[in-house]
Design a protein around this ligand. Sequence first.
Ligand SMILES: Nc1ncnc2c1ncn2[C@@H]1O[C@H](COP(=O)(O)OP(=O)(O)OP(=O)(O)O)[C@@H](O)[C@H]1O
Ligand SMILES: [Mg+2]
Length: 231
Amino acid sequence: MLELAEVTGAYGNVKTLFGVSFSVAPGSVHCIMGRNGAGKTTTLKTIMGLLTPTGGTITLNGADLGSESAENTAKRGVGYVPQGRRLFAELSVAENIQIGLMARRSDPATRDWVLDLFPPLKTRLTQRAETLSGGEQQMLAMARALCLRPSVLLLDEPTEGLQPSMIAQIRNVVMKMRCDGVAVVLVEQRSDAVLTMADHVTFLENGRSVETLPIAGLKAAPEKLTHYLGV
Ligand SMILES: Nc1ncnc2c1ncn2[C@@H]1O[C@H](COP(=O)(O)OP(=O)(O)OP(=O)(O)O)[C@@H](O)[C@H]1O
Ligand SMILES: [Mg+2]
């Protein structure tokens, strides 16, 4: 179980998170929604250890995660796919996956496993990452993060700018991870994608978690999307 309780954070002197709380059980998908600038990316960076919380607690299975470096957070089994995908642009698909494998255990079985999750990558192993389509780059970014065999997976807007067919492939992999018992934290702006993937949704407003509800609760009260997102 990943648990955040009243997490606060800042970039230097600029306070950004004012109290973020939610918990994510293994085998579930927890969506974070909120307007641009609400603090979604900052929340994921803070879980990942790229930013140190200034207050509150972050725990994984009861053990403190809030004071860990990003490297140690990854070693604890947290995988992270940043917004915008950040691949090694000039390296090939195979080399990007190799870097993911080096992060923990570079066994060939893991390589086969991630490539089986994203079959389109198999035919592009020697292609430079920067020449992949947007959807293929998202697949590669996810494949690289999954090389860790994470128990927690943080995904920052994985469907941003993608066509429906690509979104469906990303969704399939998210649902497979959920079946495998992974706790998925998904930042997602598209309500259609959220409603088909999420178990719970937390809305962020101005750096604060203002409401968490099960997906059935959101389906019963769709006006919350308009209220919190203005869509
Ligand atoms: N490196 C930084 N230095 C200073 N302030 C930052 C930095 N990164 C983000 N912020 C600020 O923190 C706030 C939250 O940003 P964040 O990127 O977490 O929002 P978001 O919810 O992910 O938005 P979006 O939907 O646009 O991706 C914003 O006001 C932003 O300007
Ligand atoms: Mg963001």
